[in-house]
Structure formats: C-alpha cells, structure tokens
Design a protein around this ligand. Structure first.
Ligand SMILES: NC(=O)c1ccc[n+]([C@@H]2O[C@H](COP(=O)([O-])OP(=O)(O)OC[C@H]3O[C@@H](n4cnc5c(N)ncnc54)[C@H](OP(=O)(O)O)[C@@H]3O)[C@@H](O)[C@H]2O)c1
Length: 264
C-alpha cells in the first residue's frame, strides 16, 4: 500500500517529543506538510529540525502555542489557514492517590486532555467538511478502557476522548471526513526507561529489562515489550490516508493486546 499525503496539511499537537514527534515524522515521510507543536519556540524549532533530519526536504511548520488555552488555539488557527489532518496527541499523565486528587487537578486533566482537543476540532472540522475531505484523530490510551486505580483522572480523560471521537464522527457523517481514536498501549517514550529501571534489575540490558518489566508489571500485554512510538505513528498515518476512507467512528487499538477484549 502506497500512502501519499502530498497536498495535505497536518497538525500534530504536542509533537516536540515522544509519540507526537513520531507521528509528525511519519506524516512528513508520507508527503504531508506537517505543523510541529509545543509550548516554547526553542523546543518547537528543535522538534521541526528533527523531522527535517529524518525526512530531508520535508515541509515542516513550527507552531509554538499552548493549545490548552483559547489564545493558543487561536494562534494555531492564525498560523495555519487550513488543516486537513488534525491529530490531537497532546496529553498529560501521572499517578496519584485517587482520594487525594483535587478538584483543580480533575479540571486540569479534563482541560488539557479533552477540552483542548474539542476546541481544535471545533476550529478545524468545519473547514474539512466544507472541502469534503479531512481526518481527525485523538490519541487515547489503554487507560480509557482499563481504568488504572492510580490514574483515575487520566483514565477518565481518555474515556471521555473516545466519546468525543465517536460523537464528532457522527457530526461529520457523510461528509468525506473521518474521525477516529487510537488506543495506544504502554509505549517506549522519554522517561520510560528510567521508570522501568526503577522496577527491574539495573544491570539488565534494555531489551531484557523491558521484557522483565512487562512480564512482572504489565502481564496483560500480549506483545510483552513496550510499543515503539513509530508503531503508534504507523496507525495514525494509515488513518490519515485516502485508503482508510471507510474507517470512521472507531477506536483502533495499538496496545500490544493489553486490553483483554475481542472488540474493538
Ligand atoms: N507514553 C505512553 O506510554 C502512552 C501510552 C498511551 C497513550 N499515550 C498518550 O499519547 C500521547 C503522547 O504521549 P507521550 O508519552 O508521547 O507524551 P510526552 O512525551 O509527555 O510529550 C508531550 C508533548 O506535548 C507537548 N505539550 C505539553 N503540554 C503542551 C501544551 N499545553 N501545548 C502544546 N504542547 C504541549 C510537549 O511539548 P513541550 O514540552 O515542548 O511543550 C511534548 O511534545 C498522550 O496523549 C498520552 O496520553 C501515551
């Protein structure tokens, strides 16, 4: 399958590192013009340069803006007059005693992980439906389906994102715009190695360490290793393509079989 995204403009929120950076690179590799986003101009410049190093000749637009604010979302809309592929990747996560999570923290998880994505969808979906082509995606998590006791606020936000995705897919019904969420599982992003080595023998080489970590601490995973960011990006690139035109309103899993269910 040859995926060709030439002529499409993509915005990937939170793409200066991790899964977002891999998605931006994957979309650029398939020919899309890609907006790399983060909060600071320096980090965004570095993120954009990293995509250009990976994909020489890529058309990359650095967009420094805090997309969790109305002002930041407005700045994105001013910089990019048209977005054909919107990837709502930005998300915060962390462990907390459920009884200790404050109202402010509940609101922060909702505002960063859900409302920011809703706001950008409101800004860019109408243009897509008018033009008769578009792709909106939300990066959810296994925690949307298997609520972790130590991350209820995070799980809540990702479950909400699945509802948002399904709802906007209905809103876009019959327009040529598809709307989906990607259920990502435990992924090898920055900081994860330190976390793994806190829990397993520090002398183990990385590959063995991650397998020991998965065996002992994530036994539900059928993959039995962490997912690489590029493996999440591959699904996002496919969903962004013309070839994925009949997939909408879905929650597509790239979770290494972590969620113990046959559907979706
Ligand atoms: N990592 C995993 O194992 C995993 C598993 C399942 C799902 N996910 C989901 O995948 C997504 C990406 O996760 P990740 O681990 O790759 O994230 P990450 O490494 O923490 O990266 C977060 C990105 O978001 C940017 N960012 C943070 N706040 C921002 C804001 N207010 N406005 C604009 N950009 C902002 C950061 O850029 P700056 O710091 O430069 O602003 C950075 O590029 C999240 O939605 C997460 O919930 C992750």
């Amino acid at each position: 399958m040859q995926i060709d995204l030439k002529g499409r403009t993509a915005l990937v929120t939170g793409s200066t590192q991790g899964i977002g950076a891999a998605i931006a690179t994957g979309l650029a590799r398939s020919g899309a013009r890609v907006a790399v986003n983060g909060r600071s101009a320096d980090r965004v410049r570095e993120g954009a340069a990293a995509v250009e190093r990976e994909v020489p000749g890529a058309d990359v637009v650095p967009v420094a803006a805090d997309v969790t604010t109305e002002e930041g979302a407005g700045k994105v809309a001013e910089t990019l007059s048209q977005v054909d592929i919107l990837v709502n990747n930005l998300g915060v996560f962390g462990a907390a005693d459920p009884l200790e999570i404050t109202d402010a923290e509940w609101r922060r998880y909702f505002e960063v992980n859900v409302l920011a994505a809703v706001r950008l969808t409101r800004l860019f979906l109408p243009g897509m439906t008018e033009r008769g082509w578009g792709r909106v995606q939300y990066i959810a998590s296994d925690s949307a389906i298997v609520t972790p006791a130590e991350m209820i606020h995070y799980g809540m936000s990702k479950t909400a994102l699945l509802a948002v995705s399904r709802g906007f897919a209905k809103q876009a019904a019959g327009t040529g715009v598809t709307v989906n969420s990607v259920v990502a599982g435990p992924t090898h992003t920055g900081g994860v190695e330190d976390f793994v080595y806190e829990l397993v023998d520090r002398d183990l080489p990385w590959d063995e360490a991650q397998r020991a970590f998965m065996r002992e601490h994530r036994p539900q995973s059928l993959l039995q290793r962490l997912i690489e960011p590029e493996e999440i990006a591959n699904m996002v690139v496919y969903l962004s393509s013309d070839q994925a035109s009949a997939t909408t309103g879905g929650a597509l899993r790239v979770d290494g079989g972590y969620v113990d269910s046959i559907l979706p």
